[in-house]
Design a protein around this ligand. Sequence first.
Ligand code: NAP
Length: 262
Amino acid sequence: MTSLRAGSGELAGKVALVTGAGSGIGYAIAQRFAAEDAAVAIDYLGHGADAKTLARDLNDNGAKTAAFEADVTDAAAVEALVAQVVERFGRLDVLVNNAGIEKLQPLLEIDEASWDSTLAVDLKAPFLCMQAAARRMKESGGGSIVNISSIHEDFPFPSFTPYAAAKGGLRMLMRNAALELAPLKIRVNNVAPGAIATPINAATLADPVKVQRLQEIVPLQRMGTPEEVAEVVLFLASDRSSYVTGSTYFVDGGMVRYAEAL
Ligand code: NAP
């Protein structure tokens, strides 16, 4: 049972859409936003039961949320999703592009289908959602868009080339969008997690040697939690970050500084 932690109403009156929020980081963001009194649209694809349970539990605790099934790589589905959110909650103030996939594949073994699917979820979908959301935000006078990228928007990730290429692209998508959308009072920023304990890292989490290795290269000596990422996303979604746009915030326990020091 998901309980609603006490917040301070930081997102009261705002409507937020979080993509891929049936698990992991997106799930924690939806919970955190609801605790701050946002109306939250929980997008999901495969985790339908988890997303619906999350929405029900949050609503039972006084929140205003709803779960929507949409494949964010599909332009028509994204249009319909944003339209449904606006119809349900009246407006759209915050978009979190969180949905993401990755696949371990050495460069010489990458097939066209996995290149296309990774680029579709990790780069094309944030563009589609951003464009559809920004059109609504323009009408209502502004908003905040937060993309969950990765430390690999900057740092290479051998054997995950499509993922790193997509996240690197997401960095430039964010920077371009920040400039073009600033006159519309729409802010655009990235949050770049390091190693966070979520289902995407199931193979690592199941292997004590890999976990130990991570602890050695993360200066804070542990993996992060989805809730720790959600705190930074909340800051960027809220008016507390009203003068922040075009930036990437790393949430990585210092991992990129470790890499630079090598
Ligand atoms: P996760 O639990 O696997 O979450 C990813 C979510 O994206 C899943 O709920 C998944 O839904 C959804 N998704 C995938 N394709 C989708 C699509 N076409 N349409 C809608 N939703 C879709 O892993 P996570 O760690 O929380 O990942 C969230 C974001 O953080 C990703 O962008 C990831 O790249 C980024 N990130 C994570 C880490 C980390 O260490 N965990 C580090 C850096 C960046 P279904 O599974 O239900 O299909």
